[in-house]
Design a protein around this ligand. Sequence first.
Ligand SMILES: Cc1cc2nc3c(=O)[nH]c(=O)nc-3n(C[C@H](O)[C@H](O)[C@H](O)COP(=O)(O)OP(=O)(O)OC[C@H]3O[C@@H](n4cnc5c(N)ncnc54)[C@H](O)[C@@H]3O)c2cc1C
Length: 413
Amino acid sequence: MNFEESDEERMFREAVRDFAQRYVAPVWQDYDRNHEIPRDLIKKMAEMQLWAPTVSEEYGGAGLSWVMACIAAEELARADLSIALPVMYLVEASWAAIFDMYGTHEAKSEILPRVTKGDLFFGIATTEPTGGSDLVNSTKTIIKPKGDNFVVNGEKVYISGVRESEKYGGVYFTLAKEDPKGDHKAFTAFILPLNLGDGLHPGITTTLFEDMGRMGVSTGGFNIEDVEIPKHYIIGERGRGFYYAMMGFSAARCLIAATCLGAAEGAFDIGVEYVKQRKQFGRPLAAFEGIMFEAVDSWMALEADRGLTYKSAWLMDKVYREKDPNYTALDVAKFTAAAKYRAPHDALDIITRAMTWHGAFGYTKECPLEASYRGVRSYTIGAEGGAHIMKIVMGREIFGKEYLPYRQKGQFD
Ligand SMILES: Cc1cc2nc3c(=O)[nH]c(=O)nc-3n(C[C@H](O)[C@H](O)[C@H](O)COP(=O)(O)OP(=O)(O)OC[C@H]3O[C@@H](n4cnc5c(N)ncnc54)[C@H](O)[C@@H]3O)c2cc1C
């Protein structure tokens, strides 16, 4: 058992931290207000091979392990407490990597070099108006063969990066069913070319939602009407899309945990510094145990979350990179769900405490913590799987899938 980072990991962390503190920390509050991450910042990250770095070198990525990808997410979020930039980073790092694993060479050569250069957004579109938790029953989007190609009809909502994709170009790992009545084996995954850089694809119309946080990155939706998808945009085998999506969720969940860990560390440092300086009743606030013990609670949660986060990333590497037969995709799902549950909830507590320590200032927009509170809240609600769903995944692995409530069908059908 080794709790130390390797030399390579430590040097990588230092390089990302240096970059993030130099280029991200000074500007994130501006883009939280302006609602757009500067393009030159994304391009700079791409030059550092930090944009979709999990993609293989063949397609312009850095072939980073999941542990390394988590280190970058943690350092980016420590610098951007709103977590908007880390969200863009993690969505692409997760879903472009799954496309890299299962997409056709033709589609990957066309799309991935543009993604890793920061020119084309790579998102995920599974959620529909009928729901995001129960994908099997909620998915109404249909994909059907048409000659050599496919045609898609449906609607996706609460999708990250829609504004950016419409403005600069973006594609989505998308799920649809071939048979509307089919189960999880009816899903086919494909690339939806929302905008390949020459405007919205014919048949697609978009909407935008006004979120409470992570304002630098958008959330929106799109209607898909008779959109033709070329055969080579199908990802992997038809009928196995659900499995590829579950893999992508595991990837995204460990990166989300690392992101929330980084934001919580940033908030903790700000809070600790403040209570050492701020005096009331003749002494620094930190010298009152009411404050000190809260800081200790925050520190313990950070240490626990760091362990869970990096164990889940380590498992991702064991199963999906090293193909180690001692671990399974279900082990990964259990641990990434645990990390994705705990890290955002603990981060929210840690940020809330640090806000409270700042008194009235903590409730103003001058204080960086309120933006962090708004951003991290997205991950205690829904994005990349609701909190309850994380517990269902863990419960399934603890008790066995026969205990899942939704398998006892009948009375509400
Ligand atoms: C900021 C943000 C960005 C997002 N970006 C994307 C994106 O890029 N792509 C994408 O596809 N989706 C995205 N989503 C959607 C996200 O995946 C869904 O919100 C999530 O899957 C939950 O689906 P829902 O919102 O339809 O809630 P529902 O599925 O309707 O669930 C509502 C509530 O009930 C709970 N619940 C559901 N089933 C059970 C159960 N069996 N037992 C107990 N509780 C249960 C849920 O946890 C949730 O709290 C994003 C969401 C947010 C908030």
